[in-house]
Structures are given as C-alpha cells and as structure tokens.
Design a binder for this molecule. Structure first.
Ligand SMILES: Nc1ncnc2c1ncn2[C@@H]1O[C@H](COP(=O)(O)OP(=O)(O)OP(=O)(O)O)[C@@H](O)[C@H]1O
Ligand SMILES: [Mg+2]
Length: 251
C-alpha cells in the first residue's frame, strides 16, 4: 500500500466548554476515500481542522509524510485542501474564474500555467460555462463545486470535505457525489466528514465512526460497519434497514 500520507497519532483536543476529540489514531493512505461519520457535535469538524493545522492539538500530533503538519503550515495547507462546512465563506473572487485563479496567483504561478490549470479545473468540475459569473449568483450546488475547484487547482495530496451535501437537493448531491467519485477514480485521496451517510456510504472504501464523546469508535469497510451505525446515532441507510448489504437498485 505504500507509506501513509497522513498519520494521526493520539490526537486530543479539549475545548474549555468540555467538547473535543480524544486519543484519535488512524492513518490515511494514497487513493483512499474515507468517510468520517458521527452524530452532530461528536468532533468531526474539530478532527479535520487538525489535518491542515487550523487547530493545534492539546496532545498528540498529525504528520504529513512523517513531518508534523505544524512544521510547515504553507506546505501543509497546499497538500491538505479543505472544503469547509459552509463553503460560502470560502469564496473571495469577483468571478468564478478569478476565484479558482486565486490560489495559484498567491503562490506566484506563471500566467500561462495559471490559465491552463484554471481552465482544466473548471472543465473538470463542469463550471467552465460559468467562468464569468459572480460567485454570489451561483446555486448552492455550483458554489460547492466552485469551492472544490479552488482546492483542486492547487493539486492537493488530499481533499477534505466537511458535510459537502448540507443544503443541497437530491440532484445536486448526486452530481457532487459523481464528481467526487470521479476525482477518487483518477487517484485523488478523499476524506469526507458527514453525519448523513445514506448517499455516499457505498462509494467510500473505508469508514471511520466517531462516538458522541469524540473518540474513534470504529475503523473498517462500510459493509462491515453498517450494523454499528444506529448505535452511534447515525441513520442507517435505507438499503441496510431493508436487509441488504448494498443497494440492489444501484448499478
Ligand atoms: N471553537 C469552539 N469552542 C468551544 N467548543 C467548541 C468549539 N468548536 C467545537 N466545539 C465543541 O466541540 C464539540 C465538537 O464539535 P464539532 O463542530 O467538531 O462537531 P461535528 O461532529 O463537526 O458536528 P456537526 O455534525 O454538527 O458538524 C461540540 O461539543 C462543540 O460544541
Ligand atoms: Mg461539523
């Protein structure tokens, strides 16, 4: 399988309020599609914010190719691209094109390379026809794809998505899943945090379940972990409640 991209070692983060995560350990390998599942408030966002050094641990650490993510934060943030729970707050450009060009411009990439990469990324995420639009005028689904484009253009080692389906209708969610699966098939490593696994559980190849107290309760393949979901306050997918191990209607 090769060496891990990320190692999460005994990661603990204690908020003064009492919430947080406790002694979380796992590794992330190239080309995995990991679903991080758990009920509201269990610490999913807290955990993934440590992966690109947006939060500092109370104890334990996160390593990127063996080095603490805090040792070179610029490098870490480029390698671990984060699409936030509220993707709207991430948008800074006046047009869709500018928005995607923002990251490459910041690292002083050449004009020609920026043009090539931005165009390719916009095409990849089916946003090219919207390139001159103001991001504020986009639909929820288009905005979510734009947030992913802004990350993808930087060639991250890992894309982390926090509740990417929040506020999206069914067709937009489906189209986003298709895009994410395609990126994964092309080799992109993905971590997706969500409290609602219904639409995506059959697409991921690994699932981590967090319990209500911010501990990692399970780490395994989605089919193996289906029976533990309900006990951890996660809604069991419809096909599983009907007694199937995978959706018989999915091709
Ligand atoms: N900045 C903060 N200050 C104090 N407590 C916090 C802070 N951020 C999160 N918490 C607390 O830590 C716990 C975990 O929150 P977190 O947002 O990580 O959960 P989550 O699993 O992402 O939830 P959701 O499914 O609602 O997004 C919660 O009890 C929350 O109230
Ligand atoms: Mg969250």
């Amino acid at each position: 399988m090769g060496p891990p991209i990320l190692e999460i070692n005994h990661l603990t983060h204690q908020f003064p309020s009492g919430g947080g995560i406790h002694d979380v350990c796992f590794q992330v390998f190239p080309n995995e599609f990991i679903l991080l599942a758990g009920p509201n408030g269990c610490g999913k966002t807290t955990l993934i914010r440590h992966l690109n050094a947006l939060l500092m641990p109370s104890s334990g650490d996160v390593r990127l190719y063996g080095k603490p993510v805090t040792s070179d934060i610029t490098k870490t943030r480029k390698a671990v691209g984060m699409v936030f729970q509220d993707a709207d707050t991430q948008i800074v450009g006046d047009t869709v094109y500018d928005e995607v060009a923002f990251g490459p411009e910041n690292i002083k990439m050449s004009r020609t390379l920026i043009q090539k990469k931005v165009t390719r990324t916009l095409e990849q995420l089916d946003l090219f026809h919207l390139k001159d639009r103001n991001p504020a005028s986009l639909s929820g689904g288009e905005k979510r794809r734009l947030a992913i484009a802004g990350i993808l253009v930087m060639d991250p080692e890992i894309i982390v998505l926090d509740e990417p389906f929040a506020n999206l209708d069914h067709p937009s969610s489906m189209s986003l899943i298709k895009t994410i699966c395609q990126l994964n098939q092309e080799g992109q490593t993905i971590i997706m945090a969500t409290h609602d696994v219904e639409e995506v559980i059959t697409r991921a190849n690994r699932m981590l379940i967090m319990d209500r107290h911010g501990r990692l309760a399970r780490d395994g393949t989605p089919p193996d972990l289906l029976r533990y979901l309900a006990a951890h306050g996660i809604k069991e997918p419809c096909f599983s409640r009907m007694g199937y191990n995978s959706p018989p209607w999915q091709t």
